[in-house]
Design a protein around this ligand. Sequence first.
Ligand code: SAM
Length: 226
Amino acid sequence: QLSQRLKAVADYVEPGETVADIGSDHAYLPCYLVKANKVSQAIAGEVVEGPYQSAVNQVKEDKLTRHIDVRKGNGLTVIQPGEVTTVTIAGMGGPLISEILEKGKDRLEGVQKLILQPNISAISIRQWLQDNGWQITNEKILEEDRKIYEVILAERTTEIQKLSQLELLLGPVLLKEKSDVFKQKWEHELVQLLKIMKQMEMAEQSPSLKEKKKQLREKILIIEEA
Ligand code: SAM
């Protein structure tokens, strides 16, 4: 049974695409995509030996070795330009996902679609996408096991999409939808930030703290505005 989080990533894959799942761990996502007849060929990339072996074993167990190629390597180095149409990266922090995309930019030639699921700091991914000619065409937010996850679908664009600070932080699509889970996430975040602000007010003032307070105040204002 695939987690709801990975199912949300899989839902953005259209039949006939070829997929590389980077940081695949057990290769649950590519295995699901093939079993659901969404894709016939996929690559599972993993950099760490243990998870790499888990992926190899899972693919064997599911008898999918003809459909899924498990490759060991760092980030996008496991794919060749033009080899896949879609790249998925899930279950890592936003800054790590952005770093993988940035370092592997040259491998993204021919890739039409990125499906990204950051556990934290989706803002760094949205910023990277905006800076590198990708448009956010859909987003989803969901709760599973008391954790809230965001999924971002991005496609290539020639038009420059300039997101506001509000959209970068909260997500252009999620901001429009304002679902209950979205409200829950940002109300919680706001409470946490206000607590930190209060602690900062009590601390001894220094120039660096002043700057941090300024940044925090800006973030609080953005969330309050939403
Ligand atoms: N994608 C799966 C999911 O969402 O359930 C697994 C998530 S797991 C928390 C993150 C995986 O990414 C780990 O197995 C880790 O070894 C792998 N990983 C981290 N950095 C990586 C990189 N630069 N290249 C490939 N894999 C990486």
